[in-house]
Design a protein around this ligand. Structure first.
Ligand SMILES: *[C@@H]1O[C@H](CO)[C@@H](O)[C@H](O)[C@H]1NC(C)=O
Ligand SMILES: *[C@@H]1O[C@H](CO)[C@@H](O)[C@H](O)[C@H]1NC(C)=O
Ligand SMILES: *[C@@H]1O[C@H](CO)[C@@H](O)[C@H](O)[C@H]1NC(C)=O
Ligand SMILES: *[C@@H]1O[C@H](CO)[C@@H](O)[C@H](O)[C@H]1NC(C)=O
Length: 404
């Protein structure tokens, strides 16, 4: 039942970007799980390794993993579980997911048919090429001008319409419950609040949610309530995505953003379109991998790194041998450095042609070339990494929007 859909979900948010390495590592190891392989006993005994015959849900907050698991138990599809998890994370870990952000979703059906949902944020209609150049340097990453047209809810709703089995409201319910009745602040949320403390303290709404008395941030274990988000989620549970993209929630958002000097409009929300395309597909180490195509860099990066590591030889197609021990970690890090050096050459295919870079990144020959530049006894300065024959650097460097 659950095996009907195998899917991975990578959420990103324009306001606070998760550490790219972490996301990549999740991508690196996640696709290996469904493959039946013999992992060493020491790996199996590690607490983060679980095995299950009917399905598994992994989020970066256990409360949301549990909500997703319950969706599966109630007869939901993997998409139902993923939607539940994403909405839940938007409450307990708002730097990881949220109605104001964007996301990618990869869905593979039991038939083998697979789809990539691009629900990334887009630029508002009245944005312009130079709008950040003339504004202060911060305006690109924070403040009203940095707010793009949110895509996450549209994408989750579309995926549910296609592949959901449970009623929509049921998927929103755990998020409403946590926002309305409170949840304990996790260590991760506290770290996120600390890193955004100036933003939190200078905003009346955020102060109400994340501080004790307007000056002190909530501590780990304190109960956090977000009753206004609960109200928003209740409307979304009842009316679906249209209340956000063509209704009162969207109108409220646009009014707030405009009041602060932003350029988001109702027209932007009405025109937002989720893109559904085919995933990247590539063979590496004798296995077939599906990944998110650009504008995500994760899929191509995963294949490149696996192809580099597989040059070291591997036991029964398992890359674990290549990355074992301190030398393995060194090789993994060096491979990742190559990936991050090449990554700025990718871009949004709606605006630039990055097909050459992409085909390089998927090519075992290209990976072999990079592998030969990795030495087991030393590391190098930043300029050393990447492909020396690639000359497109400057063209895309400043325009890349590629999230991992
Ligand atoms: C900043 O960007 C906004 C929106 O594009 C624009 O109206 C404004 O003129 C810009 N500010 C400066 C100082 O250029
Ligand atoms: C509340 O605010 C005051 C300063 O205005 C501060 O001294 C106090 O420690 C804060 N925290 C709590 C839990 O009351
Ligand atoms: C927005 O809602 C109005 C009715 O409130 C409807 O006529 C219109 O077709 C909707 N537009 C879109 C893009 O859904
Ligand atoms: C590192 O290894 C390479 C060959 O693999 C060798 O040429 C070089 O001398 C070594 N460097 C050091 C510092 O040991």
């Amino acid at each position: 039942m659950i095996d009907r859909l195998m899917m991975g979900l990578a959420i990103s948010n324009s306001m606070i970007t998760p550490p790219p390495l972490l996301v990549l590592l999740l991508l690196l190891f996640a696709p290996l799980l469904p493959v039946s392989i013999s992992v060493s006993a020491s790996a199996i005994n590690r607490p983060e390794v679980i095995t299950s015959t009917h399905g598994a849900v992994a989020a970066d907050d256990a409360r949301c993993s549990a909500a997703g698991r319950d969706a599966l138990r109630d007869g939901g599809s993997a998409v139902d579980a993923a939607v539940t998890v994403a909405l839940c994370l938007g409450v307990v870990s708002p730097a990881s997911s949220g109605l104001g952000g964007g996301a990618f979703m990869l869905v593979r059906l039991s038939s083998g048919d697979a789809w990539a949902f691009d629900m990334r944020e887009t630029a508002p209609l009245s944005s312009s090429q130079d709008m950040y150049a003339n504004n202060n340097s911060e305006s690109k990453s924070s403040g009203p001008l940095s707010i793009a047209v949110p895509g996450e809810l549209a994408g989750l709703y579309k995926a549910w319409k296609r592949y959901g089995k449970l009623p929509w409201a049921k998927l929103v319910a755990p998020a409403i419950n946590l926002a309305q009745n409170g949840f304990q602040v996790s260590r991760y949320l506290r770290v996120q609040m600390e890193s955004a403390i100036n933003g939190v303290l200078s905003d009346e709404g955020l102060r109400q949610v994340f501080t004790i008395n307007g000056t002190d941030l909530l501590k780990v274990g304190d109960i956090c309530y977000n009753k206004r988000l609960a109200k928003t989620l209740q409307k979304i549970a009842k009316q679906g995505a249209s209340v956000f993209y063509n209704g009162s929630v969207g109108a409220g958002l646009v009014a707030d953003v405009k009041k602060r000097g932003g350029i988001l409009s109702m027209e932007d929300l009405r025109r937002y379109k989720v893109k559904v395309t085919r995933p990247l597909s590539a063979d590496a180490m004798g296995l077939k991998f599906l990944g998110m195509p650009p504008p995500s860099a994760g899929g191509a990066g995963l294949i490149l790194v696996l192809n580099i590591l597989s040059q070291y030889g591997n036991g029964n197609g398992i890359p674990a041998a290549a990355v074992a021990g301190p030398l393995g970690v060194h090789r993994l890090i060096e491979s990742l450095k190559h990936f991050f050096a090449i990554r700025p050459n990718l871009g949004d295919p709606d605006f630039i042609d990055d097909s050459k870079v992409l085909s390089d990144m998927l090519s075992p020959t290209f990976a072999a070339k990079l592998k030969n530049t990795i030495l087991d006894n030393t590391t190098f300065g930043p300029a050393y990494y990447g492909d020396k024959d690639t000359t497109t650097w400057t063209a895309n460097r400043d325009t890349t929007t590629c999230p991992t």
